[in-house]
Design a binder for this molecule. Sequence first.
Ligand code: M6R
Length: 620
Amino acid sequence: MCGIVGYVGHRQALDVVVEALRRMEYRGYDSSGVAVLDGSGGLAIEKRAGRLANLEAALDEDGRDSFKGTAGMGHTRWATHGRPTDRNAHPHRDVEQRIAVVHNGIIENFGPLRAELEDAGVDLLSDTDTEVTVHLVARAYAEGDTAGDFEASALKVLRRLEGAFTLLFTHADHPGTIIAARRSTPLVVGVGTDEMFLGSDVAAFIEHTREAIELGQDNVVIITADDYRILDFDGEPVEGRPFHIDWDLEAAEKGGHDFFMLKEIEEQPLAVADTLRGHFTNGRIVLDEQRLTDQDLRDIDKVFVVACGSAYHSGLVAKYAIEHWARLPVEVELASEFRYRDPVLDRSTLVVAISQSGETADTLEAVRHAREQKARVLAVCNTNGSQIPRESDAVLYTRAGPEIGVASTKAFLAQVAANYLVGLALAQARGTKYPDEVAREFAELAAMPELIEKLIGRAESVRELARDMASKSTILFLGRHVGYPVALEGALKLKELAYIHAEGFAAGELKHGPIALIEDELPVIVVMPSPKGRAVLHSKMLSNIREIQARGARTIVIAEEGDETVKPFADHLIEIPASPTLLQPLLSTVPLQIFAAQVAQTRGYDVDKPRNLAKSVTVE
Ligand code: M6R
């Protein structure tokens, strides 16, 4: 997830673009950059790793005079391909330095496109997937049937791209024009008086205009100071949807929500889809960085998963997937306990370290301890260039984008998705799944974002229930199999956001003690396994619900649509779409996040900044 802005009009573009980038920084802050066209053939670019302040300091140092012009664009990056360095910062430009591009998303087929350019002698300067697009446009502009035609050259290249992208192109020979395109990532047009704006969302231009145009999928928009045209990728005109923006600036940054966390819950389908994107190519699961050979992976005979908090819960889900698919023994450890326990590790141990921030001190120390014992380390991380992936032998990035809410939501779901990929990668390396089985499992995984989207669309009944429960002092959560980590995560969300005593239990463990807690009207949230999965799981869980209902508990049951057997025992039913048992956490977690957020809101708490907590815990 990156922030993108564009401007063509009558003001100094640099000022408009830098201000807009400030509003977009919540979308990424690994690096930022600007490109300004001076109107007489000059294209000035400045870009810097780190926060926007670094870019501004560089502009001050180098002098802003060379950035005079009324058309420009900017980018604030959340790195996916390539480290967060000056070199990888956007905009990228072509060899002749006439064309510039900024990009949000992932170009899935950048590998073959890059090879094609390298074969043609093009020297690529960055490690990004983005840079190929600007060279391809430059080549299309230089020769063939699109020579000299900026619009036709851009369209020709767009038709070749696979993946998800918002792209903005400028050309020094066409200084009053920006060509932009979107597929599966956001882009909005702001319509001013003698000025046009582009932004990843309306916060980019809301202080200048409240009139906007929503673009459809695979749309191209060409803006000049006083006009915009919308086309499809074949160059046929299409209609955008005009709308008026009522939000104030603060609400605009939060997508109209009161809190970032609520927006982040809604971003989960995209976070999961982006995390999966490009990781199954040519019939194989591929990681982002792999400094391990296939033989190293085949030699693994034991896996430890280390993580903290929500990341640890995602690791518990990983255990079920890895054991089931790759037939390897897996232990899941709280990172803070791992290194003090003298774990038995050697060269054939794989330690999977899961961390959103990549900076959590407990997890980092666990990684260091594992490496000292010669174990191999695979990081699952959301932050490119952070310490944990740097110290690991292989990396799989979750692509949830920056998470501003302290409570993990989209990063958690992306971790769960990434962990499934780890399970499939190990199964593939060890041959415990045939290639067609891996392909089938991946296809089921790839279908999940749509189901998550569907589920989010029906959140209102969960919110209603949450308002009703907001005065409770204890809420318990029960789950079995992969539903157990979901119960733990649901309880953690409620504790950290709503400050309510909440505990998650493995349902079978209830009778060994916790059942003594059950009393009249105590709310118990139960995560039901799929009735189409292992029958024994489902029937045992039904017995558990009966046991607690018989003792007066108020049962809130999360169950698959069409699961009739559970209805008599559910005081409240939350239905989720049907899915394979193993993948169900990608769905069953979502209502629990919504529930916790709404309880906290009803109690009047700051959902984004729960008391006593920090987003990244860099002390042990
Ligand atoms: O950045 P990390 O994923 O390493 O962070 C781990 C935990 O601190 C984090 O998941 C924490 O538990 C969240 N507050 C949960 O919502």
